[in-house]
Design a protein around this ligand. Structure first.
Ligand code: ZN
Length: 317
């Protein structure tokens, strides 16, 4: 009798954690909106994700707030980008990693696919989400991290990841077609900072940022002067502002060109390092890129669908 009760108690104790796992969603904290979106797409109802950086937030400059720290100490899993994107939080994550499960998801991308950082010889350009093909590698890293944190949901994560990866492949096909229909002479992207290196390399565009790969260094007058020369010399008609970077330098550029008798317009606002509003199509990774591709191709002279690849963009081009 005593023995049977003991066995029943053991069985109960063994069953309890499984029940608890299955009922409570996995608490995940992600730094950028793009990573939070990947977690949401793959994790579905099994995860409860909090993204620290909302629309318009610059990850190069962001520092953790008190409430971020509270959320991270309560999380089952913390995902950051890495590759020196969150430059101000580098030490924080290295410390946190000794106590909590912390994964730098972009650091799983094979370094042979990465571009050099123009400011630091030992670092890479972190803006890998600008290439959908590279972002698929990050999505796979997110899937692996979620699976390790909750192995019971491995099959669900795998099937959701397949669906999401297929959606990104569809985006790649749209990007290739839309961007290749821009007249060759117009394939120049002038932006506030160098977030579009991977994008340019993949689609054959020359990219020029007023600021470098990080937004931390002020743009010098020399750099603005050089870009004015390029705009006037190549007769480029459009430049692009970014949702997470001030447009002050961009205005200086447009005025500089105007002073030399060359009119340049703003081709549109791009989502460089942050997505659109939560709950909107632009507040998802696919919507963010669809917006950028459609705005860039349209402003530079291609005939693109008014509301993007599947008619979901809120503001048409
Ligand atoms: Zn950036």
């Amino acid at each position: 009798m005593i023995r049977r009760t003991f066995i029943a108690a053991l069985a109960f104790a063994a069953a309890l954690p499984v029940t608890a796992w299955a009922e409570a969603p996995l608490k995940v904290v992600a730094t950028t909106g793009m990573i939070a979106d990947a977690v949401r797409q793959i994790g579905g109802d099994e995860v409860d994700v909090k993204g620290l950086m909302g629309p318009g937030v610059d990850p190069h400059a962001y520092r953790q707030t008190r409430s971020d720290i509270v959320a991270m100490t309560r999380a089952d899993l913390i995902l950051w980008h890495g590759l020196y994107l969150e430059a101000q939080m580098q030490d924080f994550f290295h410390d946190l990693g000794r106590k909590r499960p912390v994964v730098a998801v972009a650091e799983g991308v094979d370094t042979s696919k990465l571009r050099a950082h123009d400011d630091y010889a030992d670092k890479f350009d972190p803006h890998v989400w600008m290439s959908p093909a590279l972002w698929r590698d990050v999505v796979v890293e997110v899937q692996a991290a979620l699976t390790e944190a909750r192995p019971e949901a491995a099959d669900l994560f795998a099937s959701n990841a397949q669906v999401h990866l297929a959606e990104i492949e569809q985006l790649e096909a749209y990007a290739a077609e839309a961007l290749a229909s821009v007249p060759e002479n117009n394939r120049v992207l002038v932006t506030a900072h160098d977030a579009f290196g991977y994008f340019g390399a993949e689609y054959g565009y020359e990219v020029m940022g007023i600021q470098g790969i990080s937004t931390q260094s002020e743009a010098g007058l020399n750099r603005i002067g050089e870009l004015v020369d390029t705009l006037v010399g190549q007769q480029l008609g459009a430049v692009f502002v970014e949702s997470s970077v001030s447009d002050r330098s961009m205005r200086a550029l447009i005025e500089g060109a105007a002073a030399r008798g060359h009119e340049v317009g703003v081709g549109g606002e791009l989502y460089s390092d942050a997505m659109g509003e939560p709950g909107t199509y632009e507040g998802t990774y696919v919507g963010m890129l669809d917006h950028n591709i459609t705005v860039i191709a349209g402003a530079l002279g291609a005939d693109v669908p008014d509301r993007g690849m599947n008619g979901k963009l809120s503001a048409g081009f």
